[in-house]
Structures are given as C-alpha cells and as structure tokens.
Design a protein around this ligand. Sequence first.
Ligand SMILES: Nc1nc2c(ncn2[C@@H]2O[C@H](COP(=O)(O)OP(=O)(O)OP(=O)(O)O)[C@@H](O)[C@H]2O)c(=O)[nH]1
Ligand SMILES: [Mg+2]
Length: 423
Amino acid sequence: MIDIESKHERAITITVIVKGGNRELALEHMDELAFLAKTAGAEIVEKFYQELPKPNRATAIGKGKAQEIKEYIESNDIEMAVFDDDLSPAQVRNLEKIFTVKVLDRSGIILDIFSVRAKTTEAKTQVELARLQYLLPRLTRMWTHLSKQHGGIGTKGPGETQIETDRRIVRERIQALKGKLRNISSHQELLRRNREKLPGFALVGYTNSGKSTLMNTLAGSDLYVEDELFATLDTTVRSFALPDGRKCLLSDTVGFIRKLPTHLIASFRSTLAEAAEADYLIHVVDIAHDHFREHIEVVNETLKSLNINPDNALLVFNKIDKLDGLGGIQSIKLDYPNSFFISAKRGINIPGLLDLLQRKYDESSKAYKVLLPYSASSQISKLFDLGDIIGRQDNDTGSEFIIKVQNDNQEVFNHLFGNYIID
Ligand SMILES: Nc1nc2c(ncn2[C@@H]2O[C@H](COP(=O)(O)OP(=O)(O)OP(=O)(O)O)[C@@H](O)[C@H]2O)c(=O)[nH]1
Ligand SMILES: [Mg+2]
C-alpha cells in the first residue's frame, strides 16, 4: 500500500521485454505503468527494462539485472519497485529478498489506486475484497505494515506463524466481505427495478477516455473529471433528454485498463451491472491516444469477460479537438464504420451524437397503441416491464397506452398483449 498521505514514495518501474515481441508496445505499457504509479502517489525516479527470451521463473528479470537494480535502489533511497508484468507470489518473495524494498506488480498498483479512490460503501467493499484476494498468497514480511492498517491482523512480529494466522484472518474477512457485497447488490437490483423505466444508455471505455466529461456535457452534471487514471470508481446515473424531448438515463462507470486484475473485475460486477443492463452502450475512445486501437480491444475483451456483448456498442471517438488535421478521421471511419466523432470537452458534434442516439432508440423499438380494459388491469406491471410507456390516457372502458417495445421483447409482447393492440 503506497502511503499517499505522507510524502511521495520514491519508486522505480521495471519491465521485461520478451525478445521478438513488440518492443514499442512494451515501452508504451511501461509509460502507462508509470502513469499508474504516479496516480497512486509514487514518484518515479527511474525506469528499467530488460530484453529476455522469456521472463525468469524465479525473479522475472535476470540475476545480473537484479543485482544492478539492487545497487541502484540502495544508492538512491528507492522505497518500492513496480513491475509491469504479473508476478507470481514466489517471484515477489524472491525479489523482495534481493531488493529489500516492497515489490508490486501492475495489479497491485491498480488495487492501490482503487482502494484510495473508493468512496461509497459498495466500492470500498469491492476493493477490499479484491485486495485481500490478491494479497492472500502474497503475505510476506514486507507486507506486515499493511496488516496494521487492517487493524488486528498482524500485531506481533512478522514470524512465519504470524503469517499463517494472518492468512486465516484474511480468509475469514474475504468470506464476510462476499456476504456484504451480496446484500448490497441485491439491494441495488431492487432499486433499479423500482426505478422509472426509461431507455438506458451506458458509457463504457478505457480509463481517461472522457466518459465523465461526456456525461457532464450530455446530462449537465458535475462529475469529477481529471487527467488521471480511474478518476471514477462508482456508477452514476443521470437523466438527459433526446432531441424529441424523451427522457433517458445515462450511466457513467469505472474505466477499464489492460491487465485489470481479475479479482477486481469480479468484485466490480455489481457496479458494472448498470452497464450490463443498459439498452445501449456508448464506447468512448480517446482518439488522440497513440494506442487507441489496443484500448478498444481491451475494452471489448473486458466487456466479454463480464458477459456483455460489445458488438452492439456505439463507438464514439472523443477528443477530436486534439487532432492536427481531420484527415485521420476518414481512415479510422473505414476501419470502424459504425463510429461517431466528437469532442466532449469542446462540445463538438454533440447535437449530432444526440440525433444518433435518438435514431438508435427509434430503430431498436416499435411503438404500439394498446387499450387495456380495466378487467385486465392486473397485467399493467407486465406491460411496464416489456416497454417504455410514452403516453397514457384513462377512459370509460380502460387505459390507453402508447408503448415503445424493444425488438427483443416484441415476441413476448405480442403474445401477451396482441389482442389489446389498437394501432
Ligand atoms: N482535449 C480534450 N480533452 C478531453 C476531452 N474530453 C475529456 N478530456 C480530458 O480527458 C481527461 C479525462 O477525462 P474524464 O472525463 O475524467 O475521463 P474518464 O473516461 O471519465 O476517466 P476515468 O474516470 O479515469 O476512467 C480530462 O483531463 C478531461 O478534461 C476532449 O474532448 N478534448
Ligand atoms: Mg470518469
């Protein structure tokens, strides 16, 4: 755990570049790692990398390199070494023995950022769960200061018995947190179900792509926007209006990044439920980033791991104000035919985007006029479940509804309410 409260911890980053692999990409991953470490409050003093046929089993980097880095650490007061590669618990132990400072990998640093950022009970619980699951096989002497923060886990010296005791306590805590999360998510599901049924759009995308900025622009909200990774950790839902005046919901949620720890994805399921249940996904991409194509892939893969189909998402390329000329857009459009180009910050093409969202909504559903006799009024809640009610008038014989039914629901709707359709 990086101690952000006090001074910035002096850190180095280390990457193994596999020979024959994409060197440029590995270096860009390293830059991203440095950005992550900075976001977590560390000061990056130096970056190291080593080209190897494959990572060393015991220490990721080679023996000679490890020795060289050890000397650097000692003569430069380095407090922490951060690896871009996922390290096995054994590798962490071996490296900590050589370096005698804390060793973290990318997952560890992401978990650190999340735990500092988490504000709501839900996010805090999710992050604590993910962190403990990550930590369990890694409990070593170097980490004992962590135990103190978790009150009561490790009060005595860091002997092996103590580590065993710590492991047992951590396991128990994991069980308790899982139970707490189950309660929170069922409560939220209830809230979602009872919420007014409106068409739902969800913003997804790589971290720092501009999701919250777009949310602020579309919904006139005032969300936290910052040039840092994982500015947003919770899901926020706001309403906004389509050009025809129809009210919709828009949700903004946690951004994705390559190698997002699997524990973290799993624990954030309930936060991401909003995106999973949205009628339409808006995938925001930072077009000014050199590696936006890889970002798109990472987001699509992460969505898939959450059982969300990325194919129907609308790709929205953001930050076009940062491009030198608009020539590049044409070639991107060829590669991604169903995409749209905006600047959320400068408000470029926002009316066009709203028109497109309106069209998406219109295309994906069909409007019906239904006369539901009072004798069938027990069916009303089913009707509400199957579509968006956009008009209602009560008369002598029953209630007349204008309802927009999503294409997915047409069959069930016709089966249940076909007899009552009047237009
Ligand atoms: N130049 C330019 N900058 C933008 C634009 N949209 C967003 N930004 C900037 O990009 C940075 C990230 O924006 P956010 O809206 O916080 O991004 P996010 O996707 O919500 O990021 P996380 O919550 O961290 O995942 C901020 O510094 C924004 O001001 C844009 O259209 N043009
Ligand atoms: Mg955000």
